[in-house]
Design a binder for this molecule. Structure first.
Ligand code: ADP
Ligand code: MG
Length: 580
C-alpha cells in the first residue's frame, strides 16, 4: 500500500485506538529525534499542536511575539547543536518568525521554523483564504532549506529532512510548512509509527584532507607573527578542549570574535583581545577558526589589516564556498572544526614545532598591558550619573565572580563597550547581536539561555534594543526564569540629547525622558530596581543572581554619554547637502 493510500479520511468514524493523526505524528517525530523544547506563539492552526506537545512531555515556551520565539529557538540551536524549534501560526505569525529564521541562517545557527499554513488549493488559486500566503515560496530564499508536508505519512520524512538540513554542514535555518489540514489527517497508528525516521548522525564529522592539513601546517610553521582568530563557529562546534590545546601547545596569540569570547578565558596570557588592532595589522599568518572574513573583520583587507599582501590566511570552515569569499585563502582547511583542529594539533604537538618568535609575543603583550592599564581607571569611577564605562566596570566584576552566568548583550554603545570591557571565562556564555548586528534578540536569547542551560542569565540591554523584545518580560515572569535584565537607560537611541529643530516633536532618536523600565517587570510580579550609581547597580545585580528571581534594573546612564551608532558610526552615509 502506498503511503498516501494509508491515510484514512478523518471524516470516517473509526476506532481511534489504532489510529494516529498529523498532530501526534509531528510530536512523535520531534520526540524520536530528541527534541524536547518548542518555542512559539499559539494560534490557528497550531494551538492544539502546542497543547498536545506539552501533554506529551515536550517543554512548550509560549511567547508574546513570534520574532522573540524565533530568536529563542535560534540561540537554543547555537547552545545545544540541536535545531531549535519555533512554532508559529500562518501568514503574519510566519513572517514574524521568518526574521529570526533569516537571522539564524546568517549566523549559522541550526533552527527549524514550523508554521501552520492555509489550504494550499485556495492559496494557489489566490481565492482569499484566512491568512492566505504562499509561505513556502517566501521562506525559500531566506533560509537554508524549506519543505512542505502534505500527507500525514510523510511527516516523519519531512521532520527528518528538516533536522538534517539544519545541523549538517554549515548549520542554518530551515522552514517546515505544515498546512492546517495535515494535522487532522488520520492514519493507522502502526503504519504511522513505522513512517517516523530517526536521523542517524545528523551532523557527520567532515575530515580535512591530509594534503590540506600539511599545507596549513607548513605555512603556520614558518610564520613570524602568527595569530589565531576564534569565531562563533568555534564556539558552536563544542571542540573546546582541542581548541585550547591548539592555542596552548602552539603558543600563538589568539583573538576571539564576540561570541567566541570565553572559549579560552579573556584573561588567558595568550589572549590578544586588548591588542586587537595591533595583531590584525601586524600578523603575517592568520588562522581563522569558524570566523568569516565579513564586515566584522573588515573583509580581510584595508587599513585594519596593514599593508596589502602582508598576510596569509589559513581558514578552517565546514563550508567550502566560504574560502576566498573576500581575499585569497592560502591554506583552506575544509571540514568540521573538531576534526580540523585535531589534525593541526597533531602537527603542532610533534617535537620540532617552533614557539612563535619571542619578539612578536612581547610586542603583543606590551600593547595589551598598556591598553588594559589605560582603561582601568575609567571602569572604577563611582560617578552619578553613570557613564557606560563605570556601569560596565561594575558588571565586569560580577561576571568575573560568577563566570557561569550567561551574558546576553545588545545595543549600540551598550554592546560595543560591554564586548570590550566584560571579560568572559567560559565557552558559549556570551550571546549577542551576531553577524547582522541586529537589535531585538535580547529577551528571546535570554529566555532560551535560561531554559536550555538552567544557568543564571544577565541581559545587558541598551534602552532602544530592549524595546524590540521588552514585552517578553512577561514571559520571563510567567516561566519564573533566572533572568536579570539591566537596561542602560540614556533616554534614547545612541544618546538622549536629539531635538526637533522646529520644536514640534521629540527628536527622532529620543525616548520619554527618565523612563522607569523597572516598573515593567514589577507589573508582572518580578523585581524592579532603579539604580543611579555603580555600587547600586552591583548590589541589585548580585541580589538578582542570588535569588534567581526575574529582575529588571533600570540603570540611569548620562544622556550625554554614548556616540552615534557606537563603534560603527562610520557605516552611516553622510548627506553633503546642507539645508538652511
Ligand atoms: P564570527 O562572527 O564569530 O566571526 P561567523 O559567524 O562569521 O563567526 O563564522 C562562523 C563560521 O563557522 C561559519 O563560516 C560557519 O560555516 C563555520 N562553522 C560553524 N560550525 C562549524 C563547524 N562545526 N565546523 C566548521 N565550521 C563551522
Ligand atoms: Mg540608549
Amino acid at each position: 500500500m502506498s503511503a498516501v493510500a494509508q491515510i484514512i479520511d478523518n471524516s470516517v468514524e473509526a476506532d481511534t485506538q489504532d489510529l494516529t493523526d498529523g498532530f501526534h505524528l509531528v510530536i512523535d517525530a520531534l520526540k524520536l529525534n530528541g527534541i524536547d523544547t518548542i518555542y512559539g506563539v499559539p494560534g490557528i492552526p497550531i494551538t492544539d499542536l502546542g497543547r498536545m506537545a506539552q501533554a506529551e512531555g515536550i517543554r512548550v515556551i509560549s511567547f508574546r511575539h513570534e520574532q522573540n520565539a524565533g530568536n529563542a529557538a535560534a540561540i537554543a540551536g547555537f547552545l545545544t547543536k540541536k535545531p531549535g524549534i519555533c512554532l508559529t501560526v500562518s501568514a503574519p505569525g510566519f513572517l514574524n518568525g521568518l526574521t529570526a529564521l533569516a537571522n539564524a541562517t546568517t549566523n549559522c545557527f541550526p533552527m527549524i521554523l514550523i508554521s501552520g499554513s492555509s489550504e494550499r488549493e485556495i492559496v494557489d488559486l489566490q481565492q482569499g483564504d484566512y491568512e492566505e500566503m504562499d509561505q513556502l515560496a517566501i521562506a525559500k530564499p531566506l533560509c537554508k532549506a524549506a519543505f512542505r508536508v502534505l500527507h500525514a505519512a510523510d511527516i516523519g520524512i519531512g521532520v527528518a529532512r528538516a533536522i538534517r538540513a539544519a545541523v549538517s554542514g554549515r548549520p542554518g535555518g530551515v522552514y517546515l510548512d505544515l498546512p492546517a489540514k495535515l494535522f487532522s489527517q488520520v492514519m493507522d497508528a502502526d503504519a504511522g509509527a513505522k513512517s517516523l525516521v530517526k536521523v542517524i548522525d545528523p551532523a557527520p564529522a567532515q575530515l580535512p584532507a591530509p594534503a590540506a592539513v600539511k599545507r596549513a601546517l607548513d605555512l603556520l610553521k614558518d610564520a613570524k607573527r602568527p595569530l589565531i582568530v576564534l569565531g562563533k563557529g568555534a564556539a558552536y562546534a563544542q571542540a573546546d578542549d582541542e581548541i585550547r590545546d591548539l592555542v596552548e601547545k602552539s603558543g600563538i596569540p589568539f583573538l576571539p570574535m564576540s561570541m567566541a569570547k570565553g572559549l579560552l578565558p579573556d584573561t588567558h596570557p595568550q589572549s590578544a583581545g586588548a591588542a586587537r588592532s595591533l595583531v590584525l595589522k601586524d600578523a603575517d599568518v592568520v588562522v581563522l577558526i569558524g570566523a568569516r572574513l565579513n564586515w566584522l573583520l573588515s573583509h580581510g583587507k584595508g587599513k585594519t589589516w596593514g599593508e596589502p599582501g602582508s598576510k596569509k590566511f589559513i581558514q578552517i570552515d565546514i563550508e567550502p564556498r566560504e574560502m576566498d569569499s573576500n581575499v585569497e585563502i592560502a591554506a583552506p582547511l575544509v571540514g568540521d572544526i573538531g576534526s580540523c583542529v585535531s589534525a593541526l594539533l597533531e602537527g603542532v604537538s610533534a617535537g620540532d614545532w617552533p614557539a612563535p618568535p619571542a619578539e612578536w609575543v612581547s610586542t603583543v603583550n606590551s600593547r595589551k598591558e598598556a591598553n588594559i592599564a589605560k582603561m582601568a581607571p575609567r571602569l572604577l569611577k563611582n560617578s552619578t550619573p553613570m557613564d557606560f564605562h563605570s556601569a560596565l566596570g561594575a558588571l565586569r566584576t560580577i561576571i568575573k565572580e560568577r563566570p557561569e552566568t550567561i551574558l546576553v548583550n545588545e545595543g549600540a554603545n551598550t554592546l560595543d563597550l560591554a564586548r570590550g570591557i566584560i571579560d568572559m571565562y567560559q565557552p558559549r556564555k556570551r550571546l549577542d547581536v551576531g553577524t547582522w548586528g541586529v537589535m531585538g534578540i535580547g529577551m528571546g536569547f535570554a529566555i532560551a539561555a535560561a531554559v536550555e542551560t538552567g544557568k543564571p542569565v544577565l541581559a545587558v540591554e541598551g534602552d532602544s534594543a530592549f524595546g524590540f523584545s521588552g514585552m517578553e518580560v512577561e514571559t520571563v515572569c510567567r516561566y519564573n526564569l533566572p533572568v536579570c535584565v539591566v537596561v542602560f537607560n540614556n533616554n534614547g537611541i545612541y544618546r538622549g540629547t536629539d531635538s526637533d529643530p522646529h520644536g514640534r516633536d521629540p527628536g527622532t532618536t529620543v525616548f520619554v525622558k527618565d523612563s522607569r523600565y523597572d516598573k515593567m517587570m514589577e507589573a508582572f510580579g518580578g523585581v524592579g530596581v532603579n539604580v543611579t550609581t555603580p555600587h547600586e547597580l552591583s548590589r541589585a545585580v548580585n541580589a538578582a543572581l542570588d535569588s534567581g528571581r526575574p529582575t529588571l534594573i533600570n540603570a540611569v546612564i548620562d544622556p550625554e554619554a554614548g556616540s552615534e551608532s557606537g563603534n560603527i558610526g562610520s557605516l552611516n552615509p553622510q548627506s553633503v547637502v546642507k539645508k538652511k
